[in-house]
Design a protein. Structure first.
Length: 77
């Protein structure tokens, strides 16, 4: 399993992935997170506000937050 850090909202967030098929996966992830932060509903903003790690499985990013019930899945493609 590979782990890298991305910067989001002035925090370093660990991203775990087993198999990255595209080189721009992390770019897509950052764009999706920024789009959801700017135009998302309250549930996604709550998740992003308490984000502790991200797990990429296929074309989905599982966003893990401090509170388990705030965790969400986000499609990258």
């Amino acid at each position: 399993m590979k782990m890298v850090y991305i910067e989001f909202q002035d925090r370093q967030i660990p991203v775990y992935c087993t198999n990255v098929s595209h080189k721009n996966t992390f770019t897509l992830l950052k764009e999706a997170l920024n789009n959801k932060w700017n135009s998302g509903k309250r549930a996604i903003k709550t998740c992003l506000d308490t984000l502790i790690s991200i797990e990429i499985i296929g074309s989905e990013a599982i966003l893990h937050s401090k509170r388990e019930y705030d965790s969400l899945a986000l499609s990258l493609y």
